[in-house]
Design a protein around this ligand. Structure first.
Ligand SMILES: *[C@@H]1O[C@H](CO)[C@@H](O)[C@H](O)[C@H]1NC(C)=O
Ligand SMILES: *[C@@H]1O[C@H](CO)[C@@H](O)[C@H](O)[C@H]1NC(C)=O
Ligand SMILES: *[C@@H]1O[C@H](CO)[C@@H](O)[C@H](O)[C@H]1NC(C)=O
Ligand SMILES: *[C@@H]1O[C@H](CO)[C@@H](O)[C@H](O)[C@H]1NC(C)=O
Ligand SMILES: *[C@@H]1O[C@H](CO)[C@@H](O)[C@H](O)[C@H]1NC(C)=O
Ligand SMILES: [Zn+2]
Length: 523
């Protein structure tokens, strides 16, 4: 009886969903999609504002899985950036490796030049860890932040990692080693090299960045103390030299007669006086910020969401009539993947998608704001097997025909011993653990890997780039990653495409034409 009842309740659902996707359905769906495509026009406005979102380690597999995750199994769900009109692919290899790290790819994205693995803001002349080579200004590469500041725009960056971490560092520093975030990681051989935190606070363009938000207090202030809700990161640099770069930042703004605010908590962020504040330094953690899901109950004393940091950053930067450039990094997508915890990575991806939605709301892409969403590199996540339509993306895809053990849809190509789940039977056979013996769809679950490494390693696939707003159509093909910096510069008329440079090229053309004219008259 009970069985019968359930069948009756489920039958209409099954039938209607089967009917839903017949040929009429696809004819309509596809017509809608085609009509949208036929309506596309080029937006050749000048990008007064540019917002660049970087999902760290957000390769194509992560995006597919995050979309299904957001839709609770519905593959037709759209992420906010799925609806952007223009996309392309980026080749992410760096100067010396096929599979890159975040510092070298940030240099490509932000400075338009491919550097060596683990180096930031320098070209391929600087080998990893070579302090002396990195001190040669000939090898330094300026970033989109420098170009935007030179054009009188306000600049900012927001990240869920330390503000001195690999990705943001390429915006403002020139370093042969991404780990040199503070003095404690500089080897004694690194004579004369300035750590990344000092470059951010003391040098240009770092000291002129209007909005800086993220974690990393332990690199800015010596002997920072941690607690359970905001632990020190023992793997990253911890300053000991007596510095207080937060105070130095405040003093610098004071001495230049700017109003400034140092934010420590979520509540500080809520209370920023947007109209009256020129510079904002938000340092919300000793290390990276916590995973988004662990802070659902965002206490006033806790850490903010990426969405809220992004919203406040845009409101602050929007005040400049000449426009702004903002970079937003969803940095914990990569962090979660390295640890082999896919649910966190997907949650962080959706959190960045929320930040993108907020950015769309606060700007106008039709007229003046170019929004780009991309990634620095792919990751070792794999989506495989043949899970049923509507399945939980964190669930089981099937059972192996070989070892008769279930496997999850998501797994990792490489991973540490938390993911390398095999045991040896009494007969000496190696068997893969049964995922159903663990809570396989929980945040803490480590998906399986077959190759034991020290952590999940990056992937080398192309990454997608999505764009909306002025000049977004320039993303249309398979591009070098360095192309992103150039499209930004071209769309905003900054850096190599600034009005100054085009004025000079215009003058040069005028002089040539005038000479021809004079020559013609005289002859
Ligand atoms: C920081 O701690 C180190 C020992 O780890 C100590 O030598 C140093 O004096 C401390 N510095 C400050 C500014 O407290
Ligand atoms: C800052 O303001 C003070 C008082 O108004 C003035 O004396 C000083 O020259 C100003 N400094 C700068 C760098 O503009
Ligand atoms: C985000 O900011 C808004 C106000 O700007 C606040 O109401 C909301 O609680 C914040 N959300 C979180 C999760 O902190
Ligand atoms: C965007 O703005 C609309 C209307 O003001 C609002 O309903 C929506 O929640 C906003 N979305 C985001 C992501 O802020
Ligand atoms: C996993 O590896 C770490 C070192 O990376 C080691 O300390 C730990 O004992 C290992 N755990 C197991 C279960 O093998
Ligand atoms: Zn990484």
């Amino acid at each position: 009886m009970c069985k019968f009842l359930i069948a009756c309740l489920l039958l209409p659902v099954a039938v209607s969903s089967a009917l839903k996707e017949d040929k009429a359905y696809w004819a309509t769906q596809t017509q809608i999609e085609l009509d949208e495509a036929l309506k596309l026009t080029r937006n050749e406005n000048r990008a007064k504002n540019v917002i660049l979102f970087v999902g760290d380690g957000m390769g194509p597999n992560t995006i597919t899985a995050a979309r299904i995750f957001k839709g609770n199994g519905n593959e037709q769900t759209k992420l906010t950036f799925d609806e952007f009109p223009h996309i392309g692919l980026l080749k992410t290899y760096c100067a010396d490796k096929q599979v890159p790290d975040s510092a070298s790819t940030a240099t490509a994205l932000f400075c338009g030049v491919k550097g060596n693995y683990h180096t930031a803001g320098v070209d391929a002349n600087v080998p990893e860890g070579d302090c002396q080579a990195s001190q040669n200004p000939e090898y330094w590469v300026p970033s989109i932040i420098q170009w935007a500041q030179d054009a009188g725009k306000d600049t900012g960056f927001v990240t869920t990692t330390r503000v001195t971490h690999a990705t943001p560092s390429a915006l403002y520093a020139h370093s042969p080693d991404r780990n040199w975030e503070c003095e404690a990681k500089l080897p004694s051989s690194a004579q004369g090299c300035k750590d990344i935190a000092r470059q951010l606070i003391e040098n240009e363009p770092g000291k002129n960045i209007k909005v800086i938000m993220g974690g990393g207090r332990q690199c800015l202030v010596s002997n920072a103390t941690g607690d359970a809700s905001d632990p020190l990161d023992i793997w990253a640099c911890q300053s000991k030299d007596g510095r207080n770069l937060i105070k130095a930042w405040q003093q610098d703004k004071q001495s230049r007669n700017f109003s400034s605010a140092y934010l420590k908590t979520n509540e500080d962020l809520w209370n920023v006086d947007v109209a009256k504040t020129d510079f904002v330094l938000g340092i919300f953690a000793n290390g990276h910020l916590g995973y988004e899901n662990e802070h659902i109950d965002r206490r006033p004393t806790g850490m903010p969401t990426l969405k809220n940091m992004t919203s406040v950053a845009i409101q602050l930067l929007k005040k400049n009539p000449k426009g702004f450039l903002l970079v937003v990094e969803g940095g914990l997508i990569d962090f979660a993947h390295h640890r082999g915890v896919a649910k966190h990575a997907l949650y962080e991806t959706v959190a960045m998608d929320d930040a993108i939605a907020a950015a769309l709301n606060l700007t106008t892409q039709d007229s003046d704001t170019l929004i780009i969403v991309t990634s620095d590199h792919s990751h070792g996540l794999s989506m495989t097997g043949y899970p049923k339509r509507g399945a939980d993306i964190l669930g089981l895809a099937g059972t192996s025909k070989m070892d008769h053990t279930p496997y999850t849809t998501l797994s990792y190509t490489t991973g540490d011993n938390d993911s390398f789940k095999f045991s040896v039977t009494e007969e000496g056979t190696i068997v893969r653990d049964d995922p159903t013996k663990e809570a396989f769809s929980s945040f803490d679950y480590h998906q399986h890997t077959g190759i034991l490494t020290d952590e999940v390693l990056h992937g080398g696939s192309d990454v997608a780039v999505y764009a909306k707003g002025p000049m977004a159509h320039l993303f249309h093909s398979v591009h070098e990653q360095t192309y992103v910096a150039h499209v930004i510069a071209y769309a905003a008329k900054i850096g190599p495409y600034s009005s100054a440079s085009s004025f000079y090229s215009f003058s040069a053309t005028a002089i040539v034409l005038f000479s021809f004219f004079v020559f013609y008259i005289l002859c």
